[in-house]
Design a binder for this molecule. Structure first.
Ligand code: PXG
Length: 285
């Protein structure tokens, strides 16, 4: 079935879903987006994703022409129109069409788009045996330049890092921040396990506050696994007992190698497996 795309309150078949080439979302990456999963007909953490979308918009002074509840309805109605039981939702809000100049005041009508489609995750084999990541030279955006907490349409920082990761033969890459601490991967947050304690970079390290990250921290607390959010370095990765990534698309995926070196025993560890199973149960409950 051709996907039905929501554009400003109306549904269009995928080939007919279009916006202006003068849109500042295209011309300057001026806009915000979200990535959300549908599991067994239910949208996972819809409110949290819509709240983050509105916070991203607020941070770049973009007024979304819908209320939060109208946005939730728009997303749910697009899921229904596509009759999707399992899939991926991409809400996008752009600054709208304007002049050929940066000035956001010269744009009109922010564009609200909701796409519902399938998502390609990492190969199943990597969930069993673990994946390899590479530390890349491209540092994560400085929070005072473009805060990584804002999920903006400007993803070049992440794309440049991903290109370097691919060059190194890895599907995901580890980015450091301007202080040399580890921050996050191009589209996933990172977790380590050391002496039975879960550790992940704090928001202050300059990361997106992942919805999956938060869910995993909750699951760890429920399971009695202590968790720390702190500044971590590459040394902590190379000497960790376990490592895994979290993200809407990736869910929870073990990392068994970084920069060609095995992490821990070089295979997915027990806490990674436990949290991965707990996450599976959570999203399908
Ligand atoms: N960091 C960054 C920079 C992200 O873009 C995450 C962490 C994980 O956050 P969530 O809220 O999803 O747990 C993301 C999310 C893709 C893709 O196509 C990327 C994301 C989400 C969905 C799809 O690579 N990134």
């Amino acid at each position: 079935m051709t996907p039905k795309v929501y554009v400003n309150g109306k549904f269009f078949d995928k080939p007919d879903a279009k916006i202006s080439v003068y849109d500042h979302g295209l011309l300057y990456g001026d806009g915000v987006f979200e990535g959300i999963r549908i599991y067994e007909g239910k949208v996972f953490r819809l409110k949290e994703h819509v709240d983050r979308l509105f916070e991203s918009a607020r941070a770049i002074k973009l007024e979304i022409p819908l209320s939060r509840s109208q946005m939730m309805e728009a997303i749910q109605s697009t899921v229904n129109a596509n009759n999707k039981k399992n899939g991926y939702i991409r809400p996008v809000v752009t600054r709208g069409a304007g002049t050929l100049g940066l000035d956001p005041r010269k744009t009109t009508d922010p564009q609200v788009i909701v796409i519902v489609d399938d998502i390609t995750m990492y190969p199943a084999e990597l969930y069993e045996n673990g994946m390899e990541i590479a530390t890349v030279a491209t540092i994560r955006n400085h929070p005072a330049a473009l805060n990584p907490r804002v999920k903006s349409l400007n993803y070049l920082n992440n794309i440049l890092a991903k290109l370097e990761g691919i060059q190194a033969g890895c599907l995901e890459c580890l980015m450091l921040n301007h202080k040399g601490e580890i921050s996050e991967c191009s589209g996933d947050n990172i977790f380590l396990v050391k002496h039975g304690i879960l550790r992940t970079p704090s928001i202050d390290s300059g990361i997106l506050e992942g919805i999956t990250r938060n869910a995993v921290l909750e699951l760890a607390r429920d399971a009695g696994i202590s968790a720390q959010e702190l500044a971590l370095t590459r040394h902590d990765v190379l000497t960790a007992d376990e490592c895994f990534l979290t993200g809407t698309a990736a869910e929870v995926i073990p990392v068994t190698k970084c920069d060609g070196r095995p992490i821990g025993a070089g295979k997915p560890g027990p806490i990674t497996r436990q949290l991965r199973e707990a996450f599976h149960k959570l999203v399908r409950q």
